[in-house]
Unconditional design. Structure first.
Length: 281
């Protein structure tokens, strides 16, 4: 459980989708001038050097954010994302040397009355995350189980929240625990925006988790998914997606436009994307 390090995967195609949608979701929520809290259950280290051994060993970012870096035909949603990543490379804006994690991207967009609650269990990543935000009074970093932390954090005083659940799925029981936690959190706070990132390594295992959520009685559940190759029994992730409960208005339209571009420009399965309301009103 504590062996996973996101540095190996920072900036890959799954990060592109996750962070671009996360950024758009927050921007849509900010159309209402009311404070909110961002809750991250697995926050990671805050940021990642793409020049270090983790990123260089896998080179996954080369098939993700690097493919968008110099594009001039990006839809606005992806241009916003690339601009956000470029901000973290402002010393050498033409070079892609640093990749921000979810908390760093959200921090750029945080309103003056907003706050962040970040959970990280991995000892080294927690120290890096805590150091990253040590001077920021709007941010609280917690070393602990983020799924348990989520239940304790809702409902928030602000009555508005964007929640990202992004576990490593290293343990098979994670799939069941995540679904149970989201259902419980929604019962406590039915108006929150809950965003679950999921990998497709074993399609049946992933679909069992998502079916549990779809059959929970919770309304307004949107699937956003991109595959880079067909499902397979071989080792490795073939697709990744986001399952969003209570997505803000127009996120489905923005996601459709974004995925149309990503499906044609990232991965090997041209246009193999899904934007679908799995549960409606």
């Amino acid at each position: 459980m504590l062996s996973y390090r996101h540095g190996y995967h920072a900036g890959n195609y799954a990060d592109v989708l996750k962070h671009a949608i996360l950024l758009q979701t927050l921007q849509l929520m900010h159309k209402k001038d009311k404070p909110l809290v961002y809750i991250d259950t697995h926050a990671g280290a805050g940021g990642y050097a793409l020049t270090d051994e983790f990123a260089q060993k896998t080179g996954e970012y080369l098939e993700g954010v690097a493919k968008l870096w110099d594009k001039t035909d990006l839809p606005k949603s992806l241009q916003d994302y690339v601009d956000a990543v470029r901000h973290f490379n402002e010393d050498n804006p033409e070079d892609l040397n640093f990749y921000p994690g979810s908390p760093a991207i959200i921090d750029m967009e945080l309103g003056p009355k907003d706050r962040m609650l970040l959970h990280e269990l991995h000892g080294t990543d927690h120290l890096l995350l805590d150091e990253y935000f040590e001077q920021d009074k709007q941010v609280k970093v917690i070393k602990g189980d983020g799924l348990k932390g989520l239940i304790a954090a809702v409902p928030p005083l602000e009555r508005r929240a964007l929640v990202l659940v992004d576990p490593s799925y290293e343990i098979k029981t994670d799939y069941q625990t995540v679904a149970e936690t989201l259902i419980k959190a929604h019962k406590r706070f039915a108006t929150g925006v809950f965003m679950l990132w999921y990998p497709v390594v074993n399609r049946a295992q992933t679909e069992e988790m998502l079916s549990r959520l779809a059959g929970s009685g919770i309304k307004r559940q949107l699937r956003i998914e991109q595959a880079i190759k067909p499902d397979s029994n071989e080792f490795g992730m073939t697709a990744a997606g986001l399952w969003v409960i209570n997505p803000p208005w127009q996120l489905d339209e923005i996601a459709t436009d974004m995925l149309d571009y990503l499906g044609k420009n990232l991965g090997q399965a041209d246009g193999n994307v899904i934007v679908k309301w799995e549960v409606g009103e």
